[in-house]
Design a protein around this ligand. Structure first.
Ligand code: SF4
Length: 452
């Protein structure tokens, strides 16, 4: 699957390191896959906050000179994916504000489901908003709270919002990390080699900066980081875990551990499970890179059919500003993915991908493999049919654009022109990621069972 469902953001927080903004920069670099439209870092030097944010990749927004101006031992950062029409620099994060207690910056991964309601009330009370971001609601809620201390104001504010949020707040001297009661979006806590702390959306950020994973920030937990103290934990909400299962299917990097388990291993488990559904006698198993790679390895191990790299991915394709004619769209996929003709020609091929959203990309891949001489193409998908949009921080097309919401599996198979098609079912997906059999995942985009 390519470019049809997008994680909206990554967040990071560094506390107690002399080069906090540089560590935030490297962490964001590791988390770039979660958002490529804008990046930003705020640092705190004890007296004031410094913020730089802009549109573009982490490496293009920051250079050494800019990072040198982000002084202080504490820093938070954000990378962002934006939907059409809201990619202005104003909508980049961190969101910074001055208020009666001083200065504050916030980064947010997720989506607030009552954002408009809260905003309407705030506007009626005289608040003036600068952006379309639901994160700005939090700034106003904190600024208007009647509580005396920032920590009490944060608790007051998060009790008024609903939906998915993994948040990191920075004040002049403290940092706070908070996860909603369901823990929709991931957030992990780690220890820096110098004794400081890091929180990040994924543990692949820890590996890059030499940090050690301690544990996840618990659903409903607020962590307070203060100089010379171990992080203090406050249980703001009773935890009711409903982690986004799509992090395992597609979003997270395979070298990360999410919700305490290896993403790579979970994807391989999905491939093994998939190999048991509608088995087919084929010559080779190939992945749609990069997302389908671990599941295709699992499929090969589960079925005994040899694994091959049948499609190469070009990693250097950025946006193409070409007219979106049908012919040009096909070319766009070919620019990204090219078939290995010598591997595919004359073979019956099982091609493993992580999901089908609109179906058009899958059809182009099947056509590309057949054009390269594949005798048969059997499409296998390591997740259940995507039938419903996400309201918890993932950008999905509307329901009428989701092919599985509008066609049966046989109809989808005909549409993508494959010789056969099979998906992982919900039970097998849950088995792949849930050794203890707990019901702790959100599966709403496969089931329509929304939690909030
Ligand atoms: S609806 Fe799907 S993508 Fe959204 S949080 Fe739930 S599992 Fe994840």
């Amino acid at each position: 699957m390519l470019e049809n469902m997008n994680e909206k953001c990554a967040v990071v927080g560094i506390f107690g390191h002399p080069e906090a903004s540089k560590l935030a920069y490297f962490s964001l670099h590791a988390l770039q896959h979660r958002g490529q439209e804008a990046a930003g870092i705020s640092s705190a030097d004890g007296k004031k906050l410094h913020t730089i944010k802009d549109r573009g990749l982490v490496t293009s927004v920051f250079d050494e000179k800019k990072l040198d101006t982000l002084k202080g031992e504490n820093a938070i950062g954000h990378t962002r994916y934006s939907t059409a029409g809201d990619d202005s620099i104003l909508d980049a994060q961190p969101v910074f504000a001055r208020y009666d207690l001083g200065e504050m910056a916030i980064v947010h991964n997720g989506n607030l489901t009552n954002a408009q309601e809260v905003r309407d009330v705030l506007i009626q009370k005289g608040a003036i908003f600068q952006t379309f971001m639901d994160t700005e609601n939090l700034i106003h809620l904190i600024a208007k709270s009647e509580q005396e201390h920032l920590v009490e104001r944060i608790i007051d504010a998060v009790k008024r919002i609903e939906g998915a949020f993994s948040l990191v707040f920075l004040s002049r001297t403290k940092m706070f990390a908070m996860r909603d009661r369901f823990g929709f979006r991931p957030l992990s806590l780690g220890r820096l080699p110098n004794g400081g702390y890091v929180v990040a959306s994924e543990t692949c950020a820890f590996d890059l900066i030499g940090a050690k994973y301690i544990r996840d920030v618990e659903p409903g937990e607020l962590l307070i980081f203060e100089e010379d103290k171990a992080p203090q934990s406050i249980k703001v909400f009773e935890a009711t875990p409903k982690h986004c299962i799509f992090e395992y299917v597609y979003f997270a990097r395979p070298d990360s551990s999410i919700y305490g388990q290896s993403v790579y291993q979970m994807r391989k488990n999905m491939g093994v499970e998939l190999s048991k559904i509608k088995p087919v006698d084929a010559d080779i198993v190939i992945p749609v890179p990069d997302g389908g790679v671990p599941s295709a390895i699992g499929y090969s191990q589960g079925s005994g059919i040899p694994y091959e790299m049948g499609i190469m991915r070009n990693h250097y394709v950025g946006r193409t500003f070409i007219e979106p004619t049908q012919e040009m769209r096909d070319l766009k996929v070919k620019m990204k993915l090219s078939p290995m003709v010598n591997i595919i020609k004359g073979k019956s091929v099982i091609v493993v991908d992580d999901s089908i959203v609109r179906g058009t990309t899958s059809r182009r891949i099947v056509r590309m493999l057949k054009d390269a001489g594949a005798r048969e193409v059997h499409m296998r998908i390591s997740s259940p049919p995507t039938t419903d949009p996400c309201f918890y921080g993932v950008d999905t097309p509307d329901k009428d654009k989701l092919i599985a919401a509008n066609m049966s599996i046989d109809e989808i198979c005909a549409f993508i022109e494959a010789d056969s098609l099979a998906y992982l079912n919900e039970e097998a997906l849950l088995r792949s990621v849930n050794e203890n059999g707990e019901d702790k995942y959100c599966t709403a985009c496969f089931t329509g069972k929304y939690i909030v």
